[in-house]
Design a protein around this ligand. Structure first.
Ligand code: MN
Ligand code: MN
Length: 383
């Protein structure tokens, strides 16, 4: 339908004999703004979209993982993403890495564990639409619990992050001289005799014991880390409009995090208004629905791309953009930033707080134009 609509408004005026039988029809119908770009698009701006469906899915008996990093999406210099599924009991091996880790649970439940450099531990159970944040270097693990385990999206504040070469517990012990391991733990050679021959990464196991019991055990002697998880259902949206609502989770309500995020709900017909971010690049992930984004890259450069569930977007710092719901269902969209504090500049708010005569001198919009604009930030275009 969408293609026919674009043909009707653009095709007839271009004289293009675009014949879809020689092209990838499935991708063309999912990307109408690339096949028939709006006439406002211009220039050589590189792609800011990468579908997880294009990536290699690494399969394990207890789950799977796939990633989009700067090798797949060259514009995404400061954040990489990973999708992961763990079946009930499935463990993502105890590990650590050199970047911070932000996560959002899309479906199901999992149990996470972490230990800080201060030797404080924590265990937490987390469910759909909750977040977690693990600072770089803090050792952690994830396990699927409940009936069906969990499916989640991870973001790391390093564009060339590679989930498959992190520091794994088993790998470390396998690659340390055995005499040193025994010296370290004051053990004999028999203790580590059954160590796996290679790293585990994702593997099946039994479900963990009661949370309270595990929490008490890891807190012994040193106490607990600050909270590492965030229940997003417990906070009210920062802004609610007819077009949608947004919840912002950053250093102000989640003190441990160095990665700010916004969870957008965009109603059918709604649009996250034209804006930009003064302090950081935006890594985006479409959880539900369908949407389109145009990025304005200065110097007359602009490009429009379409997004489906499971697609990653990336908008460099200061580039103008909007997120328009192009479907009939509600959009859930995640914005993640490699900075502790969320900040955005609204085009409409900028104009609303500028002298009218000055705005009119640029845009010739007339005397009443600014009266119709929210003085507070709208975030969503009014329906
Ligand atoms: Mn990790
Ligand atoms: Mn944005």
């Amino acid at each position: 339908m969408t293609i026919i609509y674009y043909l009707a408004i653009v095709g007839l005026t271009t004289g293009d004999d675009y014949s879809s039988q020689f092209y990838n029809q499935a991708l063309d119908s999912a990307n109408p703004d690339s096949v028939w770009p709006p006439s406002s698009d211009n220039g050589e701006q590189q792609s800011f979209k990468y579908p997880f469906s294009f990536t290699h899915r690494s399969l394990y008996s207890a789950g799977w993982a796939r990633q989009v990093n700067v090798n797949d999406l060259p514009i995404a210099k400061n954040i990489a993403g990973v999708q992961m599924k763990l079946i009930a009991g499935g463990i993502r091996e105890m590990h650590w890495h050199a970047s911070d880790e932000w996560a959002y649970v899309i479906e199901g439940q999992c149990r996470v564990t972490i230990v800080s450099p201060e030797a404080k531990g924590r265990v937490a159970d987390i469910k759909q639409s909750d977040l977690w944040f693990f600072p770089s270097g803090w050792a952690h693990s994830i396990q699927g619990i409940g009936k069906d385990g969990c499916f989640f999206i991870l973001a790391f504040n390093k564009g060339d992050f590679n989930d498959f070469d992190k520091f794994q517990l088993t790998d470390y012990l396998i690659h340390t001289p055995h005499l040193v391991t025994d010296l370290n733990f004051a053990t004999t050679g028999r203790t580590f005799a059954r160590l796996p021959k290679s790293k585990l990464y994702i593997f099946p196991s039994q479900l963990p014991g009661p949370l309270e019991k595990e929490l008490a055990a890891v807190a012994k002697g040193t106490g607990l880390t600050p909270p590492i998880t965030f229940d997003t259902t417990k906070i009210e949206p920062n802004v609610t409009r007819t077009g949608g609502s947004v919840k912002i989770i950053d250093r102000r309500n989640f003190p441990l995090t160095t990665m700010a995020s916004a969870i957008l709900t965009i109603n059918p017909g709604g649009m996250r208004e034209m804006h930009w971010h003064p302090n950081a690049d935006e890594w985006g992930y479409l959880v539900r629905g369908q949407a389109r984004i145009t990025t304005f890259a200065a110097n007359g450069e602009a490009r429009t791309m379409d997004f489906q569930e499971g697609d990653v977007s990336y908008v460099p710092r200061a580039m103008g953009h909007y997120i328009q719901n192009t479907g009939n269902t509600t959009v859930t969209f995640l914005e993640v930033f490699p900075t502790p504090y969320f900040a955005d500049m609204s085009l409409a708010t900028w104009l609303a707080h500028t002298p009218e005569q000055l705005v009119d001198a640029h845009l010739h919009t007339g005397a009443r134009f600014l009266d119709g604009i929210y003085k507070e930030k709208a975030v969503f275009r009014p329906l």
